[in-house]
Design a protein around this ligand. Structure first.
Ligand code: ATP
Ligand code: FE2
Length: 346
């Protein structure tokens, strides 16, 4: 039986992405952290174009203009990569929430234009939940606690009582924005996470930093100020600062993830978000899981960073349970929270 093929459009922040997924084919993923695949759901294409700046930080209008300039090409490149044309697409999904309003609008307008022109159903979905569901289908995990560590977001999410609930989150910046901010201060450019990782590999000595876990939540503002002051004093080795920065904030993330696993009595941890590409964070998560007899699932980097494939996948599973949205009533929801979403597909 022919499955459904969905074109998913991502545009919450710096990335404009278009992904195509087929829900009837088995998937193979190539990644050193590959997990066996159980379910069907194959990525046919996953193309993206990201706005970057030398100085760092995302300027919403510049990101919007970036998306406007590349949107048609990214969608066409995804179709070409999959060897498909619009007539082969059964459904169009887009990230409706949460994100920067000017960026979200570009993705929604592109999705609406394609839906109207080719008479395809359309569905708007939540970006954070898409991070979780793509991990669930590509890895063999069933009911994980997710550590979602990206630029703008840092949340511990798990399915509980019919909803994806947030068990812990950042009280200020996302961990990625925190890393980017510190990197920018050191003149390292954007994105800063990978640059801090490289420097941290050369770090030898741990420098004491504030460790900020409040209940189940974390906060990075004070740590960032402290790091900047230490850097400005010129008294500390930069690699040691990067090393200590990673060790401290990743330990905070692992601590709250572990407590959520204990509280929910779940035996699976799933990683997502751009910062989850960090090998040191992955090592710490794997070690924590091994110590509590749990499994740690790490999807390929290409679906942990912002991407269209996860939007396509979330579109497919939601469409099968609740149908499409009314194009005339569709609007962006920049502030929707993970736990506001009615979960119809589980
Ligand atoms: P979201 O909209 O989900 O909040 P986002 O727009 O911030 O996501 P992502 O692609 O999920 O984007 O993540 C980007 C962040 O990931 C940047 O802050 C970047 O520095 C960080 N990052 C990427 N690779 C690494 C790495 N290897 N180590 C640490 N941080 C990384
Ligand atoms: Fe994201």
């Amino acid at each position: 039986m022919k499955g459904l093929i969905c074109l998913g459009i991502e545009s919450t922040a710096h990335t404009f992405g278009a992904g195509i997924m087929d829900d009837s084919l088995k998937s193979k993923i190539s990644n050193s952290y590959e997990s066996p695949i159980r379910k069907k759901g194959k990525i046919l294409a996953n193309v993206k174009d990201s706005y970057t700046t030398e100085k760092g930080g995302i300027h919403p209008t510049e990101a919007k203009n970036h998306h406007i300039a590349c949107k048609d090409k990214v969608v066409q490149d995804a179709l070409d990569a999959a060897g498909l044309s619009m007539k082969d697409i059964d459904l169009i999904s887009f990230s409706q929430s949460p994100g920067m309003a000017p960026c979200l609008v570009v993705g929604m307008e592109k999705a609406k234009a394609l839906s109207a022109e080719y008479k395809k159903p359309i569905i708007g979905i939540n970006h954070c939940i898409a991070h979780l569901e793509i991990g669930r289908v590509l890895c063999k995990c069933k009911d994980p606690v997710m550590l979602y560590a990206s630029g703008a977001n840092t949340q511990i999410i798990a399915y509980d009582g019919g909803k994806y609930r947030i068990f812990g989150e950042t009280l200020d910046n996302g961990v990625g924005n925190f890393l980017d901010g510190f990197a920018r201060h050191m003149g390292l450019g954007f994105p800063g996470g990978p640059k801090i990782y490289e420097l941290a590999l050369k770090g030898k000595e741990y420098i004491e930093l504030p460790y900020v876990v409040k209940g189940m939540d974390v906060s990075f503002g004070g740590i960032q100020t402290n790091l900047k002051q230490k850097f400005d004093s010129g008294k500390f080795n930069v690699s040691d600062l990067c090393y200590s920065c990673q060790e401290t904030v990743f330990a905070m993330l692992v601590e709250v993830a572990e407590r959520a696993m204990a509280h929910c009595e779940k035996k699976e941890l799933l990683l997502g978000g751009g910062v989850a590409c960090n090998i040191r964070l992955q090592e710490m998560c794997k070690r924590m899981c091994a110590e509590r007899n749990a499994e740690c699932y790490i999807p390929p980097n290409s679906v942990m960073i912002d991407n269209g494939a996860m939007i396509a996948w979330e579109g497919l599973i939601e469409f099968k349970s609740r149908g499409g949205d009314d194009i005339g009533k569709l609007d962006i929801k920049p502030y929707e929270r993970t736990d506001d979403v009615k979960v119809s597909w589980r």
